[in-house]
Design a binder for this molecule. Structure first.
Ligand SMILES: NC(=O)c1ccc[n+]([C@@H]2O[C@H](COP(=O)([O-])OP(=O)(O)OC[C@H]3O[C@@H](n4cnc5c(N)ncnc54)[C@H](OP(=O)(O)O)[C@@H]3O)[C@@H](O)[C@H]2O)c1
Length: 244
């Protein structure tokens, strides 16, 4: 499988890359970011770091330039982990947050699917609180959470509209993401996440492994809630694969 990873410098994207380099079923990994993505130093001896190609994209809303197209053509799948988190969004202009979260994603889908293989699988990282139902008013960060929900709906509609091209899309909707070295997730945040009725936290390795599994074996459902991500991740990960 040729895999594109976007958001490769972030918490989620970097773990996707680490696991993909360890996975013999992944032949190549194209990391698209606004700065070069070095091979991880913590991937272990099983990792084939030579599978990683770093591609710098400067303009995320225009058609992708030819050199980027050459890297992404014939890809089998993309894991999208680029985004502005709710905390980051509080200090940013909302129009800019929308451009990054929504417009970059839709533009990528158009560019990637024009040059990808059939089937092409696109796994989008969102969050448990993102609201697809635009008639609802989330009790906090409403503007942001409705926008993230609109993006989810738009990419799923894209898949429906281009069904003849074998585009499979699903949205991963974790609550909190646990990772070594990160501060423990606070009780107040956990209670908030639990109020959505889904498994509150997923280990970053389980999230990344679950998304990789959907790329390799096909999309099984949408959305993928915390409990789905934990179940798939635990099933496919070996003990030594976990980020420690
Ligand atoms: N972290 C959590 O606990 C959590 C929980 C649930 C859902 N999520 C969702 O999961 C997704 C990934 O989260 P994360 O924790 O991995 O976030 P992160 O560590 O902040 O990483 C975000 C990624 O997006 C890229 N990015 C942001 N703004 C960009 C821009 N203007 N142009 C190009 N690249 C840009 C960053 O690149 P740079 O390094 O260049 O800035 C980075 O690679 C987000 O959509 C988030 O909302 C996260």
């Amino acid at each position: 499988m040729k895999l594109i990873v976007v958001g490769a410098t972030g918490l989620v994207g970097s773990e996707v890359i680490r696991l993909a380099l360890r996975n013999p079923s992944v032949a190549s990994v194209v990391a698209i970011a606004r700065k070069p993505v070095p091979a991880p130093t913590n991937a272990g001896p099983e990792a084939q770091t030579s599978k990683l190609q770093s591609v710098v994209l400067e303009n995320w809303t225009d058609p992708y330039p030819e050199d980027v197209i050459q890297h992404i053509k014939d890809a089998d799948a993309c894991i999208w982990a680029l985004g502005v988190t709710p905390t980051q969004s509080k200090d940013m202009d909302f129009a800019a947050v929308t451009t990054i979260c929504h417009d970059y994603t839709l533009n990528a889908l158009t560019n990637m699917t024009a040059h990808a293989r059939n089937p092409f699988r696109f796994i989008y990282t969102s969050g448990v609180a993102a609201e697809r139902d635009q008639a609802k008013t989330p009790p906090f960060l409403a503007e942001y959470l409705l926008m993230r929900g609109r993006t989810e709906t738009a990419i799923l509609e894209f898949a429906t509209q281009h069904a003849d091209r074998g585009i499979e899309i699903t949205v991963a909707k974790p609550g909190g993401i646990a990772s070594p070295g990160r501060e423990a997730i606070g009780a107040q945040f956990l209670a908030l996440v639990e109020s959505f009725g889904h498994t509150a936290t997923v280990h970053v390795s389980e999230l990344a492994a679950a998304m990789l599994d959907q790329c390799l074996h096909g999309v099984t459902k949408d959305p993928l809630w915390g409990e789905d991500l934990v179940e798939i991740g635990r099933r496919v990960l070996r003990e030594g694969d976990y980020l420690r």
